[in-house]
Design a protein around this ligand. Structure first.
Ligand code: SAM
Length: 222
């Protein structure tokens, strides 16, 4: 059995009872960074074999994990934050488990994209999750495609490129309402909304450090 377990995206209390139960019961845990996940487990007094399973080594480790799962061991896949396999490693392992007839069970919980969408007040009936835009090559092309998007768009962005992204949105889609969620669930969490030029005008009132989700209203939404 492979459990795909969501963990908090900032506030350590955002973990479900079922996630804690699962982490206590499995034979071993795959995680991105053993230090980050070690802190989480220590906080809940869970002692368990932690195996690092990050994007660089995912491919190499899949066969060994599948072998153990086939022998009847149980495993939980977690990431540094939020739901594994969503802009995080894991989907190739899940695919391999599905192909090998291993039961895959999801333990739902925090996800930055859905959390930001649920508080942005922009349409939620139909949306598209784009994750991170390419950093360089292909970025402009992707932005041009998004200009025509008629669904709400969800983007992840790092603090190193958030100002650049807002400037790009001002250039490509100046009339769209955007919502910026920063450090959600954490002590200094905030969400602010406006047209890109309004956001740029008030940029100095906000801190551009931490983690960001950007929600963009659909084309022609008033
Ligand atoms: N798997 C995670 C999830 O379920 O949300 C996402 C992992 S992805 C590598 C990390 C990105 O998610 C960050 O760069 C940021 O864009 C977004 N993110 C994660 N935690 C966040 C938070 N507390 N507030 C705002 N954005 C967050």
């Amino acid at each position: 059995m492979l459990y795909v377990v969501a963990t908090p995206i900032g506030n350590l209390k955002d973990i479900t009872l079922r996630a804690l139960e699962t982490l206590k019961e499995v034979d071993f845990i795959l995680c991105e960074d053993t230090r980050t996940s070690g802190n989480l487990l220590r906080n809940y007094e869970i002692k368990k074999e932690l195996i690092s399973f990050n994007a660089r080594m995912e491919e190499k480790k899949i066969d060994a994990v599948i072998t153990r799962l086939k022998l009847g061991y149980t495993c939980a896949l977690i990431s540094d934050a939020g739901t594994p396999a969503i802009s995080d490693p894991g989907i190739r392992l899940v695919n391999a488990a599905q192909k090998n007839g291993i039961d895959v069970v999801g333990i739902p919980g925090a996800n930055a994209a859905i959390l930001a969408l649920s508080i942005a007040g922009l349409p939620t009936d139909s949306f598209v999750f784009e994750g991170f835009l390419p950093q360089k090559k292909g970025r402009q092309k992707q932005l041009k495609i998004l200009v025509e998007e008629e669904r709400t768009i969800i983007l992840y962005e790092s603090m190193y490129r958030i100002e650049k992204l807002i400037n790009e949105l001002n250039e490509y889609m100046p009339n769209r309402i955007i919502a910026i969620g920063r450090e959600l669930t954490k002590k200094f969490e905030e969400l602010w909304r406006g047209k890109p030029n309004e956001i740029l005008e008030t940029l100095n009132e906000h801190t551009l450090k931490g983690e960001f989700v950007v929600i963009i209203a659909p084309k022609n939404w008033i």
